[in-house]
Ligand binder design. Structure first.
Ligand code: SF4
Length: 475
């Protein structure tokens, strides 16, 4: 795949006003019917594994309540817990930094690396560093950054961003990965066996681990009581990087805190099952300070989180533990792909977090949902995603962020639905038109909704007419 075709597939499609056009991005993805079907099926497979994992824990709902309560409590005293974490971490020899936004975070990391003369960095998966655009910043300053999570490395070699927060390369077929490895790592042409490709990646990454001057990870949980951080992986890449490199940097959003070590078990039981259906992730690495001779840094990043915390309707989104269950279950995400959202975090959680950064640019995202509520039903920390999506829609409309045609249609629909006489008239006109229009034309008028669907036979009368005729006295 050439750089230009990669860019055309991954860059968000923007409308004339520079706003992300999710519908156009989804259309680009669904043009490849095979990929869409396979993507949908692969994610639904993970969703079903999640269901079996949840069903295997009798106290699942109690765990969700508890996790939600712990996160709500922590967020209600976030300043206290952050300061406690800083004190305890500092006492353990960890250097703690505070970053107001992505640019400040990138400068802090660059400063740490520059002070040690580090030129080669190995990094385990961190959506926060994606959010901050860290790789590009470091590469501009001559530092080689190697993402060591297999999926993340695959998309990095292809010059693509992750399309999913847990499975970054879920949109790719093994043949495409084989072609990338052939081009970048010199594997035999046509090799598409997952075991052989994984072995090739392992050999390639092992050299990078051994030659790294510094290692970096994200943070799944930071414990205020102990000043330590916990990083979850299935591949052990975080452990290998932090065990070998002389400098270790952990970057975390300020919402990753939990109060006590005793709280961790609640989240570990929920996270792996919600993410992949596993009873437990393969590695849960607890880091409570640098190894002898090593320097360890933690960067605490705000980047809009304290603003979100101050939003009465949306602060609950900060409870998120990035399990991706809401992505895997979302019928819109499964069929439109991660790139259609044009944001680092796609899917339902991305659609409630990202408009907070720029409501006009991301005005389409709260509408990229059927509001079926499946996201809220699977969320292990009970983020009320469907309610927040609905609330964002109201704010987007009030801010004039929706396209003029959509605004006009929604206002017209609102007027019709609010007036019983108008609604009856509209029903009569629609039934009449359906009877006289040729079916092909009627389907075309329905736009994308009509594609591949047979229209039902229009009823002779309305439901109200039926009640009048069949249930006298109840109309
Ligand atoms: S909002 Fe809930 S379901 Fe979605 S990623 Fe976050 S924790 Fe998981």
């Amino acid at each position: 795949m050439t750089a230009s075709s990669t860019a055309s597939r991954t860059l968000p499609i923007l409308d004339a006003h520079g706003a992300v056009d999710h519908a156009a991005g989804a259309e680009r993805f669904t043009a490849d019917v095979d990929r869409t079907t396979w993507h949908d099926g692969a994610l639904w497979f993970v969703r079903e594994k999640r269901d079996r994992g949840a069903a295997s824990v009798p106290e699942w709902e109690r765990l969700r309540d508890l996790a939600s309560a712990i996160k709500s409590h922590t967020l209600s005293r976030l300043d206290e817990y952050l300061e406690r974490f800083e004190r305890r971490a500092t006492a353990r020899g960890i250097q703690v930094h505070w970053a107001r936004d992505g640019a400040e975070h990138n400068e802090i990391v660059l400063g740490i690396l520059a002070a040690r003369g580090a030129r080669r960095l190995v990094k385990s998966k961190s959506m926060l560093t994606e959010e901050c655009g860290l790789n590009a910043h470091l590469e501009r300053h001559g530092i080689e950054v190697v993402d060591t999570d297999l999926g993340e490395r695959i998309v990095q070699l292809r010059n693509e961003p992750p399309s999913h927060i847990v499975m970054p390369a879920i949109h790719l077929k093994k043949e495409e990965i084989g072609a990338t490895f052939h081009e970048k790592l010199g594997t035999p042409a046509g090799l598409a066996d997952p075991d052989a490709l994984t072995a090739a990646a392992r050999r390639h990454l092992r050299e990078r681990f051994l030659g790294a001057d510094a290692a970096m990870t994200g943070v799944n949980f930071a414990i205020a009581e102990t000043g330590g951080v916990v990083v979850i992986t299935n591949e052990g890449n975080a452990d290998l990087g932090t065990a070998l490199a002389p400098v270790y940097i952990a970057s975390m959003g300020i919402e990753k805190l939990i109060p006590r070590a005793a709280d961790l078990g609640v989240f570990l039981r929920l996270l792996a099952r919600s993410a992949t259906g596993q009873a437990s992730s393969v590695y849960a690495s607890h880091v409570h300070g640098p190894r002898p001779g090593q320097a360890m840094h933690v960067v605490l990043v705000d980047n809009g989180r304290s603003t979100q915390l101050g939003r009465g309707d949306f602060w609950g989104s900060l409870k998120c533990i990035r399990c991706a269950a809401c992505l895997n279950t979302c019928p819109v995400y499964r069929r439109s792909g991660g790139y259609s959202y044009g944001s680092t975090i796609p899917g339902p959680i991305g659609s409630v977090l990202t408009p907070g950064l720029d409501v006009r640019k991301y005005a389409a995202l709260p509408f990229a949902s059927t509001l079926c509520g499946s996201c809220s039903a699977v969320c292990p920390v009970k983020v009320d995603l469907d309610q927040q999506l609905y609330r964002w829609r109201q704010l987007v409309m009030a801010a004039g962020g929706a396209p003029p045609l959509k605004r006009w249609w929604l206002r017209a629909m609102g007027g019709v639905l609010a007036d019983p006489a108008l609604l009856q008239l509209a029903g009569r006109v629609a039934r009449g038109m359906l009877r006289v229009l040729p079916p092909r034309l009627a389907r075309r008028l329905a736009g994308g909704w009509g594609t591949g669907r047979a229209l039902p036979e229009p009823p002779r009368g309305s439901f109200r007419d039926w009640v009048r005729a069949n249930r006298p006295g109840r109309s």
